[in-house]
Write a protein that binds this ligand. Structure first.
Ligand code: HEM
Length: 469
């Protein structure tokens, strides 16, 4: 009663056959125009509510955060990723004291690791220097940057997690970068939808079983890594995230908390998974736009040259002197729309949203995409225009509707790290190189390939030196 309105579901499939599963974003927008900013959809027999627009998203995830910060527990993604019971990691953990404890520990540890001997900034800059070499070798030629950016983003998170920097052709590295790619495709695609909609097919030998197999293999690799790490660890002298976690377990003993080795394995996968495709795909979007808006690329370079004049390398602090670069990076994130539907939430209580009643346990789909392009929130909602983040004085401003990291208690845990990576990568590379859209590449296609994380279609970029360094 008083449940949000929505299109009529059909038996077994719910509304899933009424959506373009290749990319449901346009359909979701069309439905919002018809039913309003809060409407219902059925995933098979399961009711879900799609939340659109700044006002409704704020009411749900900020004002009524405790009611809207759960996670669904019965989707394919839960079953495939959660290899051990009682070890849900952080991303998929339901709203609970255990999730809060793990999240708080994660945030604190990422901050503390950044303050250690080897600052986060140095780790990121070290990785950028590795990708400079292949870019230098590509000067005058074209290069597909996809793998380069994915490997770099994966390596940064690997340094944080276990202080290891892998060669880009290392087997471990390849396994995980492929795992993220393959499993996202399955979970997000038709087979994932069939798994979620029709519970009776779940044990059949259908293509979604591959995701289960890959996650099991990934779990075994993490167990090996953990065992190796325990041999070289000195308690009380943490070198990285795993050591910090083991120290925390020692400190807590048997206090009945949520800390355990299984939970650590799940946490590592979460951070590695969430920290790789997201940042790498945003970087790919950045270069797609910068090549095709050469005047914007040049204006960034002028600001970078001025602020870094006489300095060896960029530091994250420099962003305060670079309002234009900041505006461009934020505008890239807006257009990239990297995680368009966030991670699904669920209601923890019977509650209300924008006047509708929503029962406990309903799947909530946060349509972040709807806010990033919402009319009335942006100077140019549908165009790439850094002015969206500049005021009349040319100062950087961040509108409330900028929420690619979502909002509320479940907001991205890696936002700080991601922002630092994007800034240092772009500033360092734009300082050295000019990136050019190849003459024979045709018109750029800005429409991303849909997924939990969206990515631009593959492209080539031409690289030139700006000046010798
Ligand atoms: C441009 C890069 C990134 C974007 C756009 C992004 C975006 C997001 C979004 C939209 C969510 C879901 C929030 C919600 O459910 O409401 C999320 C969750 C999360 N992200 Fe990110 N993310 C990025 C990078 C990272 C990085 C680098 C890390 C790891 C260090 C990370 C770790 C996480 C974790 C652990 C969660 C789950 C938080 C929770 O459930 O409490 N993310 N992210």
């Amino acid at each position: 009663k008083n449940f949000p309105p929505g299109p009529r579901p059909i038996p077994i499939f719910g509304n899933m056959l009424q959506l373009n599963l290749e990319s449901p974003i346009d359909d979701l927008e069309r439905l919002a125009k018809h039913y309003g900013n809060v409407y219902s959809l059925y995933i098979g027999p399961k009711p879900a509510v799609v939340v659109n627009g700044l006002q409704a998203l704020k009411e749900a995830f900020v004002t009524k955060a405790a009611d809207f910060s759960g996670r669904p527990q019965d989707l394919m993604v839960n079953h495939a990723i959660m290899v051990k019971a009682n070890a849900p990691g952080v991303i998929l953990a339901d709203y609970s004291p255990g999730w809060r404890e793990q999240r708080r520990f994660g945030l604190m540890t990422l901050r503390n690791l950044g303050l250690g001997k080897l600052s986060m900034e140095q780790r990121i800059l070290g990785e950028i220097h590795r990708i400079i070499k292949p870019l230098e070798q590509s000067v005058g030629k074209t290069i597909n940057p996809k793998l380069l950016f994915h490997n770099a983003a994966s390596n940064i998170i690997c340094q944080v997690l276990f202080a290891r920097q892998f060669e880009y052709d290392d087997e471990f590295m390849k396994f995980f970068v492929d795992l993220f790619h393959e499993t996202s495709k399955i979970i997000n695609g038709r087979w994932g939808m069939i798994y979620d909609s029709i519970p009776m097919v779940r044990n059949l030998p259908l293509p979604f079983q591959k995701a289960f197999k890959l996650f099991k293999m990934a779990h075994e690799r993490r167990l090996e890594l953990l065992a190796e790490n325990k041999k070289s660890r000195v308690p009380g002298k943490p070198r990285h995230f795993i050591d910090c976690y083991l120290d925390e377990m020692d400190k807590r003993g048997d206090d009945g908390s949520s800390f355990s080795e299984d939970q650590l394995c799940a946490f590592i996968l979460d951070l590695h998974f969430a920290g790789t495709d997201t940042t790498a795909n945003t970087m790919l979007t950045a270069f797609l736009y910068l090549m095709n808006y050469p005047q914007i690329q040049e204006r960034c370079q002028q600001e970078i040259d001025r602020v870094l004049d006489g300095k060896d390398q960029a530091s994250f602090e420099d962003r305060h002197q670079m309002p234009y670069v900041q505006a461009v990076i934020h505008e890239i994130q807006r257009m990239a729309n990297t995680v368009p539907l966030a991670v699904f939430h669920s209601t923890t209580n019977d509650t209300e949203l924008m006047g509708y009643s929503i029962p406990r346990g309903t799947v909530i789909i946060p349509n972040l995409s709807s806010v990033l392009f919402e009319e009335g929130q942006w100077k140019s909602p549908h165009e790439f225009n850094p002015e969206n983040f500049l005021n009349d004085q040319g100062e950087f401003v961040k509108p409330e509707a900028f929420m690619p990291f979502s909002t509320g208690p479940r907001m991205c845990l890696g936002e700080g790290l991601a922002r630092m990576e994007l800034f240092l990568f772009l500033v360092t590379l734009l300082r050295m190189f000019k990136f050019i859209w190849p003459e024979d590449a045709g018109e750029p296609d800005y429409i991303p390939v849909y997924g939990t994380t969206q990515t631009p279609k593959p492209y080539l970029m031409k690289v030139q030196f700006r000046k010798t360094t």
